[in-house]
Structures are given as C-alpha cells and as structure tokens.
Design a binder for this molecule. Structure first.
Ligand code: AMP
Length: 207
C-alpha cells in the first residue's frame, strides 16, 4: 500500500495524509517535515529551505530511501510532498522496484480556486501561542485566540496575489507528474472540498 497525495495550495494534503495513514495504520511521510528535521543539523539544507529552493532530486530520494527501509514502512506508507518533479517520480519507481514494490495509487486533491482563496485568506495565527484558525475552525471571539486570548494575525505571504501565483506554479509543475501517473492508470482525483475523511473511502475504491 503505497499512496501518494498531491494537490495545490489549501487542499489539505497534510490533514488528509494523516487521516489516510491512520486509517490504514501505515506512516505518513512528509518530505517537508523530513527535511526540516535534517535541516537542524545540516547548514546547506537549512539555507535551501529558508530560500524556498527545492532540494536536489538525488538527495531527497536518498533520504526517502533511508526512511522507507525503516520497519514501520513494511506494510506501506502515505507520501506527501514527493514527487515534486518528473525526475523524482521516475527515481521513485526505480527505488521501489529495487525492493519489489510499486506505487499503489496517486490521489490528486482538487478544490475550486474560490475555495482556495477563501481558505487561505481566512487563515490566521495567534501571535502569542501560535494556534491556527481558519474558515472551518474560526476563533470564538473575532481576532482573539481561544487558547490564550492573544491577537490573531494573517500571514504576510497569504495575499490574493501570491496565492494566484502559487496555484499557477502548482499547475505548471504538477502537470508532467500527473500525466506520468495517468498514463500508468494509477491517478485518481479526489474532491478536497468534501469532508476530509472521504479520502479513506476514495483510497479504497478501485480506479
Ligand atoms: P513542504 O512542507 O512540503 O512545503 O516542503 C517544504 C520545503 O522542503 C520545500 O519548499 C522544499 O524546499 C523542500 N522539499 C520538500 N519536499 C521536497 C521534494 N520532494 N523535493 C525537493 N525539495 C523538497
């Protein structure tokens, strides 16, 4: 059971990967989380992450190989954040084939652009304790944190302009990767405006 979850901004990839991984009792591997961990001890990676640059296909694939050889990945895993390039998709197949494994399904999460705008522009964070709020989980008092009463602020990079750009970039970059999996007949599209738990039902459906 090797699932890949992919999707543009505000599709809730992280949340849905967690739900799916918990339901299937396999680990959720987020390459972003993995790299943030490595960055604590590795200056080169730390610099790349803070500049928003992609880590090289070879380095990230080596890190992924070490991770999937761990015992908890024996029954499978849910991948989130990888592949980010067509080369990574190809390297992943080579890597898995080495161990007699293959990707089971690739789930692309989609939402209408209007919903992405609503979700992202409606996000805020407590400046004191860091708690997050959004349109689906608003604070009880407007502008105030439920937990500590601190002020809520919107992220400076959460603007309509940057979001349009992020959506466009996602579409351009993901196209060859999605085509690759579509050609293999393992791509499915999941409506991510629906309830997050739906991802589990969809994963268990035949393509
Ligand atoms: P994320 O948490 O998925 O947004 O990832 C955070 C950062 O980690 C990205 O901006 C990239 O710099 C790096 N990263 C995560 N996954 C990959 C990947 N598959 N290939 C290259 N860089 C990655």
């Amino acid at each position: 059971m090797i699932y890949i979850l992919t999707g543009g901004p505000a599709t809730g990839k992280g949340t849905r990967s967690d739900i799916l991984a918990n339901a299937l009792e396999i680990p959720h591997i987020s390459t972003g989380d993995m790299l943030r961990n490595v960055a604590k001890k590795n200056l080169e990676i730390r610099e790349k992450l803070s500049n928003g640059e992609l880590i090289s296909d070879e380095i990230i694939t080596d890190l992924l190989e070490q991770r999937i050889l761990e015992d908890d990945c024996k029954e499978g895993f849910v991948l989130d954040g990888y592949p980010r390039t067509l080369k990574q998709a190809e390297l992943l197949d080579v890597l898995l084939a080495k161990y007699g494994r293959a990707v089971t399904k690739v789930m692309e999460l989609t939402i209408p652009d209007e919903l992405a705008f609503k979700r992202i522009l409606g996000r805020s964070k407590c400046t004191h304790c860091g708690a997050s709020y959004g349109i689906d989980f608003p604070p009880k008092r407007k502008g105030r944190c439920d937990i500590c009463g601190g002020h809520l602020a919107v992220r400076t990079d959460d603007t309509a302009e940057t979001l349009s750009k992020r959506i466009e970039t996602y579409r351009e970059n993901s196209k060859p990767i999605l085509d690759y999996y579509r050609d293999k007949g393992i791509l499915m599209t999941v409506d991510a405006s629906a309830h997050p738990e739906r991802v589990v039902e969809e994963a268990q459906m035949e393509i």
